[in-house]
Design a protein around this ligand. Sequence first.
Ligand SMILES: *Cc1c(COP(=O)(O)O)cnc(C)c1O
Length: 398
Amino acid sequence: MTNTEWADRGNNMFINTYNRFPAAMVQGSGCRLRDADGREYLDFLAGIAVCSLGHCHPKVTEAICRQAATLVHVSNLFHMPPQIELAELLTTHSFADRVFLTNSGAEANEAAIKLARIHSVPEKFEVISLEGSFHGRTLATVAATGQSRFHEGFDPLPQGFIHAPFGDPHALEALITPQTCAILCEPLQGESGVRPLAPDYLQAIRAICDRHGLLLIFDEVQTGLGRTGTLFAYEQTGVTPDIMTLAKALGNGLPIGAMLTTNRIASSLIAGSHASTFGGNPVCAAAAVATLQVILADGFLPSVQEKSRYFISRLEEVAARYPHLATGVRGQGLLLGLVLTEKGIEQGLSMVERLFAEGVLINFAGNRVLRFIPPLIVETTDIDLLIDKLVLVFDSLT
Ligand SMILES: *Cc1c(COP(=O)(O)O)cnc(C)c1O
């Protein structure tokens, strides 16, 4: 079967919600993927910031196989060793005391929103999030997402979600009402174009929460688990949230998410008030334990920071060489964006397509930024190859 044959079969079967690259991926290892025609790709997309240890990391594969041969599912009516090990690792290495495990980022955010509301009963229910944010595709998380293009056609959305202008703490504070229970934000907005929130902005948001008795929820679904160079992005901000959500990289490709909080806040949820049949499935939890052990090993996060500095300097060279196409670089760790000029934006999709034709996978975030989210195990030689291909593509456009 070739790429084209697979694409024809798939396109006849699926509800057409995805704009797929014309390739059927069949195998992956480290930062490389192979398609059904035998073409190899350098992967700077990592399954959308999911496969942080690269494809089929041997330690994760081993944990998956071992757990799959031992116990696959029993439900959350029972204790499960891999889940408990995972919760211990997450709480030991974060501000949090307690964990609720989910299957995805949207579900982790749903759990956070439900916790914020039940913790603030009876009269408080409004959640303020930021313009440009992305929090998921379920109805409540779509309502929390501060981008109208994700809302269109889905009215009426759940009530109680308000969006504040990006970067303006005074405008945010002015939106607080007696019904407000929480502020929800990403420390760095990934989907809308790799936009970091400055530490003093986040500190101002924390102060607003404290003044008004609101919970601060950090959506670290994309930024968590080493992506920004520290285990969690909040560690670099001088701000501690009350609730944090994780997913994407947690299982290095297996579907698992988490909602973390303190003992005091967690006590508002009691047996029966929230649940998930599959959440924290033992195979996914075992994959997450193995993933965290690799990320927490000595030298791993410093190497991410080192590669980040190198990658930023190389991207800055590209921006300087093509000022008519790119204005600069932003982001943290290995969540980086090349910001395009108006002329560059017009050709953004074509840049991604041409890189794909050259065997390099990236994407176009927020319709303005080329986003680079390679596996955290990426080598500097891979970064050099990416830069060479980017230069080749930019030359072909000018
Ligand atoms: C991807 C993402 C989500 C949604 O996660 P799913 O697993 O697709 O539900 C939520 N928040 C942020 C910041 C994300 O990047």
